[in-house]
Design a protein around this ligand. Structure first.
Ligand SMILES: Nc1nc2c(c(=O)[nH]1)N[C@H]1C(S)=C(S)[C@@H](COP(=O)(O)OP(=O)(O)OC[C@H]3O[C@@H](n4cnc5c(=O)[nH]c(N)nc54)[C@H](O)[C@@H]3O)O[C@H]1N2
Ligand SMILES: Nc1nc2c(c(=O)[nH]1)N[C@H]1C(S)=C(S)[C@@H](COP(=O)(O)OP(=O)(O)OC[C@H]3O[C@@H](n4cnc5c(=O)[nH]c(N)nc54)[C@H](O)[C@@H]3O)O[C@H]1N2
Ligand SMILES: [Mo]
Length: 753
């Protein structure tokens, strides 16, 4: 459609993969799938509308109340004043300098969590962190919303950095294909989610692998509240959200009582089974964790649990656990318990057996590649040591100086006066947004770099318009993919947008650290230099990477780093010889009981896995909030990105909420009806889809809709984070617990909004 003499077509990459872009003059007019991608996502289709959307931040903008009198209360309601770049940078530079002088760098929160965009140099978080390090550092954040809880608990269990395990050492799809007979997927493995991967994924293969599993007759079991959480051919066990640990304990109980436990593996490779077993059998609390005990908790009948346990013990079984299971209160427990269950089966370290985490969560997991990292822009060292668990931001803002527990330590929240955010959207990603909005009033100044007027940009004091990747040159490459891209500058910056690099270079120069930050180089000079270093590094690893000019001409290359055949996992040597290859735990073994965790004395995460009911789940449903809300990742986009253009599509907003026919009927709700989803924390509009693909009692509303204007009683777009609760998973992990929430649904109009 966009053919014409003046149409230029180039390939670029993104978190959702590579695609072709047609450009006419300074406009992106169309996108097309990348030819080598067997399963290209539809996400790029909206790009032309989004890049040129009226919601782009056109000019540097400062909130009127802040500019006039440093007011904080008008965040989100005041209008903005557009200023010339020099003036806006002067004002921001002065303010940053003032805060540092008056309160020190511990008063700056620069965690700046978020996915920003793909591309190695113009990675917004690296840019903001480098800049803040140059001026003396900032308060950082630990972990991610994705896996923060697992990042805390799993090193205690397996003695390895969780991200290292995830990204470098799990069974590949090929190994699973060749060896696994039963795939037990807690939280499913959703091809929708594997559309994306941090930094890009070029060949989307997850769905193709499930075709191959089906051909082979692999038994795939989806244990999740939604049928759509896994390939449609899977058996579906519609578990009650938040109750997986009860189900896992019952599976363990069957193994124990039916003589199906691999005792010799437990003896040689684990510690603490003798301390866990009494709990399993009910000695301390008088409650054996039988299938009959678990059935009413997890909603799975005892016969199904028994049959599944027997099947798992008699076939090569891989237990997979979605990240969503630890994104809920007590998320440590299903993660730890899945490891214990796998240890009892004795298959850890065997190809296609044991336990794996996050398959399908992002597309890169399961690919088998020879390790070769991407190019990086050094962030330099942070002289401020303070770090908060990433999802505790509102707590931090509300409670300066207050103590809090985290993974065995007692820490104190810093007193934050300035927030700098580049490349994330906390008013999308954080829980209980109405409460965040109160906490957001405490800092003196909030600065945001953003291409679009997101909910967060609207609630900042100073907003700098950032370019999108299509408006600047970059290199695309990640460890989890085997392609390398030159991402060309396709169009001129929209409005007065500047690259994050140039914005920070401007600020750095005003703060007297221009040389430290930019080293006198332009972005192009940096890319040329960093790329040459990267090329040398690759050569030392035996991988030939083209020269930059060649890459520019070719636009992309596939690197020869695909590993053939089944892979060897982190656990294989440990399995073969646990003495010669011990784990990094205190005992050198898998810790079913952890003295370290026990020593923390946390009742919300004791020394071995236990069933701890969350504060909000179907077992604690009330007449006011009888339904469990899960808020999964959106299928049509990445988080809140490109949302403004998507929201324009007729009928697209409010967002769709899935509700079971049994729940819809009593409420008089039909598919297509606009409903109000609400609880004591907030309310959102949504469009009902009545379907038996969601468990009775559960409603599913994806994330990503932009939070509406503060002060509105009901979020008009359907952002689930007005409903979710902002509590840490436990004192150990302090992760995000978005999936723990009870709500009610009613037809909109039934009450006055
Ligand atoms: N209820 C609920 N909430 C959740 C979750 C859930 O499961 N349920 N999941 C959580 C998870 S796992 C995650 S990862 C988070 C995701 O939350 P975020 O990562 O914060 O979400 P994004 O929408 O990707 O935000 C990235 C922002 O960066 C901007 N951006 C893109 N490129 C650039 C650039 O080059 N420069 C600058 N300055 N900005 C740029 C985009 O426009 C966008 O606004 O959400 C979390 N929130
Ligand atoms: N298209 C697209 N893909 C994405 C993203 C995106 O924004 N768009 N975001 C990416 C990011 S940042 C991340 S972290 C990953 C997240 O990957 P995941 O954490 O795997 O994904 P979610 O969509 O949060 O949850 C998957 C499913 O878990 C189920 N679930 C919720 N609670 C429970 C529970 O207690 N027990 C069980 N058994 N199941 C439960 C829900 O039905 C939900 O649909 O996805 C990535 N993939
Ligand atoms: Mo995530």
């Amino acid at each position: 459609m966009a053919d014409g003499p003046d149409t230029v077509t180039k390939v670029t990459t993104s978190h959702w993969g590579a695609f072709e872009v047609d450009v006419q003059g300074e406009r992106i007019v169309a996108t097309r799938p990348f030819a080598a991608d067997p399963n290209p996502p539809a996400i790029p289709a909206i790009l032309p509308a989004a890049v040129h959307h009226k919601s782009r931040v056109a000019r540097p903008s400062i909130r009127r109340g802040w500019l006039a009198r440093r007011d904080r209360s008008g965040r989100g309601s005041d209008e903005f004043v557009a200023l010339p770049w020099d003036e806006a940078l002067d004002i921001a530079g002065e303010e940053i300098g003032r805060i540092v002088r008056a309160h020190g760098n511990e008063a700056i929160f620069g965690g700046s969590y978020g996915w920003s965009s793909a591309g190695r140099f113009h990675h917004a978080q690296s840019q903001v962190h480098r800049f803040l390090n140059c001026i003396g550092g900032y308060v950082a954040s630990f972990g991610s919303y994705s896996t923060g809880c697992a990042q805390s608990i799993m090193p205690h269990v397996f003695g390895v950095d969780f991200l290292k395990l995830l990204y470098e050492h799990q069974d590949s799809w090929q190994t699973i294909h060749d060896h696994t007979e039963t795939l037990v997927m807690f939280g499913g493995i959703n091809p929708k989610n594997s559309q994306v991967s941090m930094g890009g994924i070029t060949e989307h293969q997850t769905a193709t692998w499930f075709d191959r599993f089906a051909e082979k007759g692999m038994r795939c079991i989806n244990i999740a509240p939604q049928r759509g959480d896994a390939d449609a051919r899977s058996e579906w066990i519609a578990v009650v959200p938040g109750a997986d640990t009860a189900l896992m304990l019952a599976l363990a109980h069957v193994l124990e009582t039916e003589g199906l436990v691999d005792r010799s593996f437990l003896d040689s490779h684990t510690v603490g089974y003798d301390r866990f077993r009494p709990y399993l059998m009910g000695a301390p609390d008088g409650t054996p964790k039988t299938p009959e005990w678990a059935a009413p908790l997890c909603g799975v009948d005892a016969g199904t649990i028994r049959a599944l346990a027997r099947r798992m013990a008699t076939t090569r079984t891989l237990i997979t656990v979605a990240w969503s299971l630890q994104r809920g209160e007590h998320g440590e427990q299903p993660y730890w318990m899945s490891a214990v269950l796998a240890a009892m089966l004795g298959q850890i370290g065997l190809p296609g057996g044991g336990v794996g985490y996050g398959y399908g969560a992002i597309g890169g997991i399961g690919k088998s590649l020879i390790g070769l990292r991407g190019m990086t822009f050094p962030q330099l060292d942070n002289p401020v040591g303070a770090v908060i668990p990433v999802a505790r931001i509102a707590d931090m803002l509300r409670n300066p100086g207050a103590p809090y527990a985290f993974n065995g330590q007692t820490r104190r929240y810093p007193d934050i006066r300035l927030i700098y955010w580049a490349g994330g959207n906390p008013y999308h990603h954080h829980q209980d947004l109405n409460a965040l909005h109160e906490a957001w009033k405490t800092p003196e100044t909030i600065i945001v770099n953003e291409p679009w007027w997101t909910a967060t940009a609207k609630r900042a004091d100073i907003v700098f318009p950032a370019t999108t990747p299509y408006e600047r040159e970059d290199i695309g490459r990640t460890n989890l993919d085997d392609y390398l891209f030159h991402m060309p500058r396709l169009i001129a910056p929209v409005g007065e947008a500047r690259d994050d690099y140039d914005i920070f270079a401007g600020l750095a120069q005003r703060l007297g650290v221009g040389e430290a930050y930019a080293g006198g180089r332009s972005a192009t000079e940096w890319i040329t230099e960093l790329y040459a270093e990267y090329r040398d590094l690759a050569a030392r690893e035996g991988v030939e990477v083209p020269e930059l000019d060649t890459l520019k001409d070719r636009n992309w290359v596939r690197l020869p780093i695909r590993a053939e055949g089944p892979n060897r996992t982190f656990f294989a040597p440990f399995r073969e010889d646990p003495v010669a290859f011990p784990l990094g735990t205190p005992s050198g073994r898998i810790e079913i009981f952890s003295d370290t965790i026990d020593g923390f004395g946390y009742d919300d995460c004791p020394g071995h896995p236990v069933w701890l009911p969350p504060s909000e789940w179907l077992g604690a449903a009330t007449p006011e909030a009888p339904l469990h809300l899960v808020s999964p990742q959106p299928g049509d986009k990445l988080h809140s990105q490109l949302e403004s253009a998507l929201a324009d599509v007729e009928g697209a907003r409010p967002e769709t909420v899935l509700i079971h026919p049994d729940d819809a009927q009593g409420r008089g709700v039909k598919s297509g009806d606009i409903v109000r989803v609400f609880n004591r924390r907030g309310a959102a509009r949504a469009r009902a889809l009545v379907t038996d693909a969601v468990r009775p009692g559960v409603v599913a509303l994806p994330t990503g809709a932009w939070f509406g204007d503060p002060g509105a009683n009901v979020d008009p777009h359907g952002n689930p984070n007005v409903l979710t609760q902002d509590v840490g998973t436990s004192r150990l992990g302090q992760g995000c617990s978005a999936h723990t929430a009870l709500v009610e649904v009613e037809r909109a109009g039934a009450v006055v909004d």
